[in-house]
Ligand binder design. Structure first.
Ligand SMILES: [Zn+2]
Length: 424
């Protein structure tokens, strides 16, 4: 810190102006050991003031001390006007340091940095996508063929260029591949579906831009902010492309070929293991969906842990989905009423934490059914808005051939219908 230049500014227009008083009040030793020469007491005595506040009142009107300091940007300056001793601190050399932030330059700097980030982002957006796709040649497994066939033939929008709409792809993943993502991954790894990485970098930069916007938007100029918002609203999707094998000249060709290969296929032992796993995972996801549905409807909290999952698997192996649903509904009703009692009736409070109540009801009811060796009496129709898997509908119609929905079967029953010709 260099030595500050102080100027004493006089207010000559003041009717009680007193140059000597002003000078005495602001008289201090030279740098670096600055100290006021006269104490307030001295001044009060010398100028015969009744009180300290009277003294300050007059001095303030007579003039002030002024100095100018460079702001932290190194360009702009700020002038300080001091009209009271308490507003200056000679003991601390840089007592005014916190007042040296240059807000204008800070805003300008941030704004231009963000503008640069924005233009980097805009420059990163590729104009056209080019990739060479080679025809896949690896053999597809039985289940992979079924997945691909269903993917190519259901309500999906696939363009003439064999592009799958990203939202359709997401829906397919959520409904059909939930828990069995490895099947889709194998199809992708074998090259029958190609997902471009064209926009990976763009999406990364857009994410950084989003963070910038979250932290710095209060500093930005209006135009920059508007530009930023516009760019954050852009959606980027990597291309998802269906790649035909060499032997097929069109998608339609391939669909026919896949269909024939599926319906004429002789199931082998290794397929049975995969099919069984697929059916069980699919059923477990359906049971979780039903649990979520009823918990939402009846406002039941639930802790999803291994203990619950073991009970769900025990239940789904033994009973078909309609009976599972009947158990879930009945136990949810009991759990909801117990939760109500826990909340509103003192003596029933906290047998255990509320999020375990429903799981315990399911578990003990399954024990009861087992100990009595009985099945739940009534099946129950699935909720009206239940979405059936297209893979299930396809297998039921064209592989099993009974056109029945799987909710009236246990996983084992579905497996034996699906693989009925095995070993014959
Ligand atoms: Zn500045």
């Amino acid at each position: 810190m260099t030595e500050l230049q102080y100027d004493l500014i006089e207010n000559l227009g003041y009717k009680e102006f007193n140059a000597e008083l002003l000078k005495d009040y602001w008289a201090f030793n030279d740098y670096p050991r600055r100290k006021f020469i006269f104490s307030l007491k001295d001044l009060i005595t010398k100028y015969q003031f009744k009180s300290e506040s009277k003294l300050h009142n007059i001095v303030k009107n007579c003039g002030h001390l002024k100095f100018t300091a460079l702001l932290d940007c190194g360009i702009c300056k700020r002038t300080f006007k001091i009209d009271h001793r308490r507003n200056i601190n000679f003991d601390k050399e840089d007592w005014f340091k916190e007042q040296l932030t240059c807000d204008t330059c800070k805003r300008e700097n941030i704004d231009s940095q963000v503008r640069e980030q924005l233009s980097n982002f805009q420059n990163s957006i590729p104009l056209g996508q080019k990739y060479n796709l080679e025809s896949p040649y690896q053999e597809l497994d039985y289940l992979e063929k079924i997945f691909l066939y269903v993917l190519l033939t259901t309500k999906l929008k696939i363009t003439d260029g064999n592009l799958i709409h990203p939202n359709n792809w997401k829906d397919f993943q959520a409904l059909e591949a939930n828990g069995v993502e490895y099947i889709l991954k194998n199809i992708i790894d074998k090259g029958y579906i190609f997902i471009s990485n064209t926009y990976d970098d763009v999406m990364l930069l857009q994410n950084e831009l989003r963070n910038t916007s979250d932290t710095l938007q209060s500093y930005l100029a209006f135009d920059t902010l508007r530009e930023l918002k516009k760019n954050l609203n852009l959606n980027f999707y990597n291309d998802i492309v269906v790649v035909l094998p060499k032997s097929c000249s069109s998608r339609q060709d391939w669909i026919v070929k896949l269909y024939n290969e599926i319906v004429l296929y002789e199931i082998k032992l290794k397929d049975i293991k995969q099919i069984e796993e697929f059916i069980t995972i699919k059923r477990l996801n359906e049971v979780y969906a039903l649990i979520d549905f009823i918990c939402r409807q009846r406002h039941i909290p639930i802790k999803k842990n291994n203990a619950l999952e073991l009970d769900l698997i025990r239940m789904l192996k033994k009973y078909d989905l309609q009976h599972v649903w009947s158990i879930i509904c009945y136990q949810a009703k009991l759990a909801a009423s117990e939760l109500y009692d826990m909340e509103f009736k003192e003596r029933n409070r906290s047998r255990f934490s509320s999020e375990y109540v429903f799981s315990c009801h399911i578990s003990s009811y399954l024990n009861y059914l087992e100990s009595k060796n009985i099945a739940p009496k009534y099946p129950r129709n699935l909720p009206d808005n239940w979405v059936y898997s297209e893979i299930e509908l396809f297998v039921s119609a064209y592989v099993i051939g009974n056109y029945k929905r799987w909710n009236e079967f246990t996983p084992r029953e579905i497996l034996s219908l699906w693989c009925k010709d095995y070993g014959n």
